[in-house]
Design a protein around this ligand. Sequence first.
Ligand code: PLP
Length: 287
Amino acid sequence: RWIYLNGEFVKKEDAKISVFDHGLLYGDGIFEGIRVYNGNVFKCKEHIDRLYDSANSILLEIGLTKSELTEVMLETVRRNGMKDAYIRLVVSRGVGDLGLDPRKCPKATVIIIVEELAIFPKDHYETGIRIITVPTRRNTPDALNPKIKSLNYLNNVLVKIEANLAGVSEALMLNAQGYVCEGSGDNIFVIKDNIIYTPPSYLGALEGITRNSIMKLAIEAGYTVKEEPFTRHDVYIADEVFLTGTAVEVIAVNEVDGRKIGDGRPGPITNTLLEKFKSIVEVDGKQ
Ligand code: PLP
């Protein structure tokens, strides 16, 4: 494996950063997760744009233009010779002193990792997964906005721990008002009476690129898609529930807080959208 680290390609075992890096000391940084399908970087521009939006929002100077970063990212993929992979772009504030002042960090740390990634076992995609809702709340947009894909993922990690302790695959965060926001690393969709709902991102969710692709595919397929607030109750009574994300892709949910969803198996609309998603991932970027 070759890792891009601050302008150089280094071997995985040599890819090391300073203990004074503010990404480590303060979670001061941003990241993206991107998929390569059959040699194609899926939604490349959307991910690069979101990375720069996150950077702008926290006043972080990446030090490379979008096209320079895209080029080194593609070069990292080529060097690793992988046709199907997961790319992790990480940009931290860089090395500073022990104070948190970013002015002491003259240069951002830029890391590009290309790896295999499988969040859930393969059979979970056929059966669907069990999830719960958890007491950990999604931070609201008046604090660290969930639209910023920052290195502060402790909330999300706590949610994953809650899921692990409950013996389920994933967990949903609600916001302070009790509206469903998203999973620890994925967006949620529910389907009721053939209408597809997903929470508006202003409630407290990352505007997922997979989410946006699925919405577009669903609309193209003739479904009504609504970005509308909903509660746990609406999830419990849904006909179908599924999660989307670059890492998890599209995965059906068969149980939420012990309530069976539909007949307990991935539903027909979920399966249709999953098939449509599979059919676009390899051609995107070639168009
Ligand atoms: N929500 C959170 C908190 C995430 O970390 C992710 C992963 O990137 C998503 C949703 C899904 O977003 P995307 O489809 O852009 O990967």
